[in-house]
Design a protein around this ligand. Sequence first.
Ligand code: UD1
Length: 352
Amino acid sequence: MASQKKQCILVTGGAGFIGTHTVLQLLREYYRVYIIDNLHNSVPEAVERVKVLAGPALSANLHFHVGDLRNKDDLEKVFTQARFDAVIHFAGLKAVGESVEKPFFYYDNNIVGTLNLFELMTKYDCKKMVFSSSATVYGQPKKIPCVEDFQLQAMNPYGRTKLFLEEIARDIQKGDPKWRIVLLRYFNPVGAHESGQIGEDPKGIPNNLMPYIQQVAVGRLPELNVFGNDYPTKDGTAIRDYIHVMDLADGHVAALQKLFNTENIGCIAYNLGTGHGASVLDMVAGFEKASGKKIPIKFCPRRQGDATAVYASTEKAQKELGWKARYGIDEMCRDQWNWASKNPWGYHSQHP
Ligand code: UD1
């Protein structure tokens, strides 16, 4: 019931893929939620659908502001609307190739945006943050599974923004121990809410594997280019740790609870993955099974900068956050196909 209201959370980038799924789970846990999103890679319709899924009582606890973190006035407007107990900071750009071509754009959005956010949080005395980091900070890991205390490394401007922001967060927390910061390192988020009403809707040709497969399955793209079939793996294709976006969303709720309950948490990193590696061909087979569609593939050379195998050690999150991924590849593919078949053009009713 809405009367059991909990803390008030600012969610930056809350209209995006991981943002919408997390906002829904926060509402279901009775949090009050304010979203700030500049709609660079998202649409207001996604927030509308979250409201419908949450129902009228809980969606009364959701407020949506269009704004850009690079603009301090936009941020200030939101901070004057409510007193936030914590911030979940998703807002940021995440396309590796684009970051190589437009590094300034990436540093401006991701770094300047986050510095502004830290400034406003300090001004309004809100010193609890959950930050969206990425497995990209492990670079080409020398060992797997990736453990949180591995040495960090970035391979491209996007990866450097995540790495630098982790360092900045650690410095800010050191400078003022009142801060409590959780850095969540996501592995490969896929799938969609089981309703098929919200999901990933990238603009343009997808860079990532699962949105690409999805668009082949619905006929928007002719075939999947498989980047590399000469890796030293069971089938020659690269191994990643795919994680259902609802598991990821629940990981954020667990991290938030941990922040509220742990006075001296400092600035701490957790992996959010399943701990299991799957190859590109495993994911193609999973999607074919879920959709009943054949996914034509073409083997291509390796994509520059790709690692052979990356997957998470999940022990720390399990032990300290009490969180563990529940879903496997079958559920990820089932839910992503449900979203794709109901929304072949994403949030648009036809070719945008
Ligand atoms: C990528 C980024 C990572 C970022 C994450 C964000 C790179 C090198 N890494 O992770 O920094 O945090 O996205 O979501 O870009 N693949 C194909 N064909 C395709 C697309 C992908 O074969 O059309 C393969 C890739 O070579 C890789 C696997 O599928 O082996 C997963 O790729 P992707 O979904 O792009 O994720 P990552 O590369 O792991």
